[in-house]
Design a protein around this ligand. Structure first.
Ligand code: HEM
Length: 364
């Protein structure tokens, strides 16, 4: 047994012994505690500690959801025709302009939370790097999330994003897919990115209600969004009739029209369904698509890989299931080539999902 183990270790280390692969050297950082493959990443450990403890408070809550949303609203600000710098932090630096875009409703609250930290660490991270770093780091508080790679070195933004580049929840599916397609993001990647709506909620769709979760488990990066949105809608969490909102299946949650239509459109419905019962697939495709989105406007070769500063998020302990009281008969089957998985139903009476506490709730 021990002999087999020795051979195994020898085989594994042969490429290094033969000089085929350079052994991975890690620099001990000046703090004497952390180490990084690239010494230039060492300064990020102190930013990481500050954000995890003082911005996200080690929770997959409103502040981490906002930081995740911010990477999308910054990165998609680029277009082959009208320009824009992509993932450049322009949403921070030129917020006076970009906050006037209707699609950025609610981003003012995110900037209230994130902005002071971006300023505090401006000597370490450029605005574009800060947005990406905070966004991928926020996932470290969300069980089930993948680790998304982080690259550093984005130059400062030079101008605000042109308007009308961020998709809206009332846009038709072809409009949404064309917008993403123009910047090289394929329909399957769009659906994978929407895994982010599994740790998300709406503050600005229903004017009277805040923190309305998009699925029944907004503190977990699970596949529940791909299950809940495929169920037949039966009501609104509040008044209803708001632009960008359609009926939802579970009381207390809000369903975006865009999510609802992407789950049913023939261009995307099978991708949507493929994630419902496959946490690993969702994690790996989200991680790849989010990394790609964070490179919009940049060449990867110009940036430094600081991924080893990003912690591995905690694993997801549960398993995909229908919300209490719902079964496969409540699914609106859309994919024509495979049936929606027949999942177990969670026990208990029908849920009324509570709103997500807002980051500024405890300020008062
Ligand atoms: C089809 C494209 C998309 C549309 C139409 C869309 C729309 C929306 C809307 C309307 C909200 C609620 C805002 C509010 O009322 O507070 C929201 C929240 C959110 N979105 Fe998206 N989104 C899209 C894609 C993405 C992508 C690609 C990401 C990935 C990073 C993302 C991450 C989030 C997160 C994390 C929230 C929750 C923010 C919070 O709870 O504070 N979204 N999205």
């Amino acid at each position: 047994m021990a002999f087999t183990k020795k051979i195994f270790i020898l085989v594994l280390s042969l490429p290094v012994v033969l000089g085929l692969v350079a052994p991975q050297k890690r620099a001990l950082c000046p703090d004497g505690v952390n180490s990084a493959a690239n010494a230039q990443c060492c300064s990020l450990f102190q930013v990481r500690e500050d954000l995890m403890n003082n911005l996200f408070e080690n929770e997959c809550g409103d502040a981490s959801h906002g930081a995740l949303r911010l990477i999308f609203h910054d990165s998609v600000g680029i277009d082959p025709v009208v320009g824009g710098g992509g993932a450049d932090g322009s949403i921070l630096t030129f917020n006076a302009t970009e906050l006037t875009f209707p699609a950025n409703a609610g981003i003012d609250d995110v900037l209230d939370d994130v902005g002071p930290f971006a300023l505090k660490w401006a000597h370490v991270l450029s605005p574009g790097d800060f947005v990406q770093f905070a966004g991928v780091l926020s996932l470290a508080a969300c069980p089930g999330a993948p680790k998304v790679k982080f690259m550093m070195g984005r130059p400062p933004p030079t101008a605000a994003s042109p308007p009308n580049l961020v998709p809206q929840p009332f846009d038709p599916v072809p409009t949404i897919l064309a917008r993403f397609g123009s910047i090289g993001i394929e329909p399957q990647e769009v659906v994978a990115l929407l895994a982010s709506h599994s740790t998300a909620g709406a503050d600005d769709i229903d004017p009277n209600l805040q923190g309305l979760p998009f699925d029944i488990s907004p503190s977990t990066f699970d596949t529940q969004i791909f299950i809940d949105v495929q169920l037949r809608g039966t009501g609104f969490p509040g008044s209803g009739g708001n632009q960008g909102e359609v009926e939802t299946a579970v009381q207390g949650t809000l369903r975006l029209q865009s999510d609802h239509l992407l789950a049913r459109d023939s261009a995307t419905n099978c991708f949507w369904q493929s994630f419902a019962n496959n946490q690993e697939l969702m994690m790996s495709q989200f991680a790849a698509a989010a990394f790609k989105m964070g490179l919009l406007g940049h060449n990867e070769a110009d940036l430094i890989d600081c991924s080893d500063v990003i912690p591995q998020p905690p694993p997801f302990a549960g398993s995909p299931s229908f919300p209490p009281g719902q079964t496969i008969t409540d699914v609106e089957q859309a994919c024509s080539t495979a049936a929606f998985p027949d999942l177990p139903t969670q026990p208990g009476p029908p849920l009324v999902v509570p709103p997500i506490p807002q980051a500024d709730d405890d300020d008062s």
